[in-house]
Write a protein that binds this ligand. Structure first.
Ligand SMILES: [Zn+2]
Length: 154
């Protein structure tokens, strides 16, 4: 069970060995599959579920239905991933132990398990995916215009 493997990382002050990273990877690969919200087949692996967003939903291999994890999961993922990336770099530089850089992929693995066990999969239709992608392109365009304006003013 992945809960027992994940408990390895809860030890305060524990040094992370490559074996523990392998254990975490093994736990993610062998974690239970999640049911498709369209056909109820257990066809979504934790990693597939973790990667499924409104703009890039996961496709069920059984029925072809599209599903995604709610936006809150992705918003929290952004915070966790950013914090773990810079945190791992900071710890590696502070203690001059490059193995600390393994904290980042380890955080990715653990967080993918948290997302897959916490946030539900929701069905989404093709039209909603197209609308989400169109909206994302609009946001990127606005950000590019604002960035260009800032660069021209500086
Ligand atoms: Zn399905």
């Amino acid at each position: 069970m992945w809960f027992t493997n994940a408990a390895l990382f809860a030890r305060p002050g524990a040094c992370i060995s490559p074996f523990e990273v392998i254990e975490a990877t093994h736990a993610v690969v062998n974690a239970p599959m999640h049911a498709c919200p369209h056909c109820s087949e257990p066809s979504f692996s934790p990693l597939r579920k973790f990667r499924s967003s409104g703009t890039f939903p996961g496709r069920c291999p059984a029925c072809g239905g599209l599903a995604f994890v709610s936006g809150w999961g992705h918003a929290l993922s952004s915070v966790v991933l950013e914090t773990s990336f810079w945190g791992a770099l900071f710890v590696a530089l502070l203690f001059r132990r490059w193995v600390a850089l393994a904290l980042f992929p380890l955080a990715l693995l653990v967080w993918s398990l948290v997302v897959s066990s916490t946030f539900p999969l929701r069905p989404i239709e093709r039209e909603a995916v197209s609308a989400a992608r169109f909206s994302a392109v609009g946001h990127v365009f606005i950000a590019a215009v604002v960035l260009a304006a800032v660069l021209l003013l500086v």
